[in-house]
Design a binder for this molecule. Sequence first.
Ligand code: NAD
Ligand code: WQD
Length: 332
Amino acid sequence: MAQQILVTGGAGYIGSHVAVEVLNAGHDVVIVDNFVNSSHESIPAVEAATGKSVTFVEADVTDRAAMVSVLRDHNITAVIHMAALKAVGESVDQPLSYYANNIGGLVTLLDAMAEVGVYQFVFSSSATVYGDAKEVPIPESAPLSATNPYGQTKLMAEQILGDLAVSDDRWSILALRYFNPVGAHPSGTISEAPKGKPNNLMPSVMAAARGDLDQVMVFGDDYDTVDGTGVRDYIHVMDLASGHVAALESLSARAGFDAYNLGLGSGISVLELIAAASKASGIDIAYEIADRRPGDVAASVADPSRAKADLGWSAKLDIDRACQDTWRSQKR
Ligand code: NAD
Ligand code: WQD
């Protein structure tokens, strides 16, 4: 049955792709964003990719009155909450903005939902909640820890959501722990456009392919991995988006709080990703080995079996496809 879904952070990289898949699943979408890390162009891009219209409200999720109005005015039935600040290094320098935005925004939104009587919630969590995991692939039952304020906000958010679900059994809440999101909509019209210098690997590799960066700095080649470089589980953003639809559609048949990994279940190294991007772009992407980046782990790979068993979801798209789709979006 068609629902009215609020997607916070829906102008962002993952949120715009999630909005596309929620629309494609036949639901109506209301996007709330304050553009702190995105642009107005995302909204028509989502509409062009789907041929459907979205309702857009420019607002801050820390604004309680605005959240109550959005939920009420649009008869929202469920919320996918993706609005957050996400730069790990910045969170170390500005912890208060991260706690105010990511925790303050979450609590305000949940409080507004309770006032209006909306109890279905999907939350953008992260594999960062596993800290330096001892067991790889990582199951949801692995110990949780945070190594920086950004990670701490995701960990605290999950604890808040767990406590809330215990307090009132009308809540149905799923936290989705994303591994490393990459890729873009196959149309090439929606892409990741980080403000400032890219920190993550795929944006850096694409900047080098475009010629905006001389070379990719490879952070360490002495890890205990296939070729010494860091291994990650790179999940295509369209797979991630379909995972949100699966989570959304399971909410009404369940209750309480639960968390699911969204990943492929297999990892590749930094050098393997550079090779895949070189193949997809036809450009020999230059790189140089540099020191390890503080705080990095050797390997982070999901055990995605619970999401498959409970949500009927699994990732389908590989790294070659992710590099082709990302490159197409860059060329535009
Ligand atoms: P993004 O920065 O592209 O998107 C976040 C969006 O939220 C942006 O459009 C931003 O303008 C908006 N926003 C931030 N604070 C807001 C506020 N107070 N009110 C309204 N809008 C606000 O980031 P993304 O990569 O699309 O990430 C989406 C979510 O997924 C975030 O919660 C992030 O922490 C989480 N996540 C991202 C990754 C990743 O590697 N990209 C991995 C794991 C989890
Ligand atoms: C991937 C690999 C680097 C850049 C981060 C956050 C995490 C999550 C996703 C939100 C590592 C190597 C990177 C470069 C490199 N975000 N690398 N040269 O660190 O796995 O995860 O984004 O929740 O919380 O920490 O992703 O893309 O930065 O790095 O060699 O220029 O690429 O060392 O092995 P990471 P990443």
